[in-house]
Design a protein around this ligand. Sequence first.
Ligand SMILES: NC(=O)c1ccc[n+]([C@@H]2O[C@H](COP(=O)([O-])OP(=O)(O)OC[C@H]3O[C@@H](n4cnc5c(N)ncnc54)[C@H](OP(=O)(O)O)[C@@H]3O)[C@@H](O)[C@H]2O)c1
Length: 269
Amino acid sequence: MSSYLSGMNVLVTGASDGIGAELAVKLAQNGAGSLILAGRNKSRLEETAQRCKVPCRLVVADLATSEGVDQLLSEISGEDVDGLVNNAGVGLGGRFEDLSVEDQDRMIYLNCQALTRLSHTLLQSMKDRERGFILLVGSLIGYAGGPGMAAYSGTKGFVNRFAESLNWEMKDQPIRILLLAPGVTQTSFFKTAGISEDHIRAGQMSPEDVAGEAIRGLLSDRGVVVAGWRNRMLLFLVRFAPRWLVGIVSRKMFSKILSPGHQAGECDA
Ligand SMILES: NC(=O)c1ccc[n+]([C@@H]2O[C@H](COP(=O)([O-])OP(=O)(O)OC[C@H]3O[C@@H](n4cnc5c(N)ncnc54)[C@H](OP(=O)(O)O)[C@@H]3O)[C@@H](O)[C@H]2O)c1
């Protein structure tokens, strides 16, 4: 058990499923004293809480709206939050022009604005108490870009850059900032994004393995965790290949989402 996380009170958004649920469990296993689990699906939050085996407070809130973020912040106001895991996020698959503006607005709010507001509010009290961390879940696609998920790629580009810049900004403070950039992970993410499983190539990681790498990265204050050696190799190629080549490969990888028969994703954000 890590002494760094020992007794910490940690807020995890998107804790009802996938990577967020596994992060919550691993935080508890590594010493977190209590958790605030946020999401919209109460019964799934309860399932995560049971797996965590530490005191958990559940907050049901729709973080794709400013009212939902207000509600979450008001429910935890006055409470010392030592760690924030900004994990809640959704994707939208399909050609940009076929996706509704409303769905994209909600996705952008959830993936970027909610995460920024929560970080801004909670960081101040962490600084005052000289203790805390913020873990932000970006994505490999935020480095590469993805035709067929253009707006989603943009939101994750924002998270990747924001997290890394904040990490550099906070180097003189006792606050850890970690960017987790997963590649394709076996969760409900693609179904929710309206992308069929067989449109996604092999090499997927389990959410448990992704969360495990993230927590090890947090404990060793690594700053950035790209989960999985295959994804680290892919990122190496993305960084050194000319952008036109990245574009050709991306178009090939996402060709089924771009094909005329593909139904643009229905946003469940
Ligand atoms: N799976 C991948 O291949 C992959 C790759 C790279 C990055 N990521 C990122 O990893 C993060 C977690 O995704 P995942 O793969 O674990 O997907 P997931 O299994 O679908 O989980 C998404 C989580 O976000 C929550 N959420 C969705 N809409 C919400 C809303 N409007 N308000 C509050 N919470 C909301 C969901 O909870 P409720 O439904 O209960 O609200 C759920 O707990 C996301 O930021 C995603 O972009 C995923």
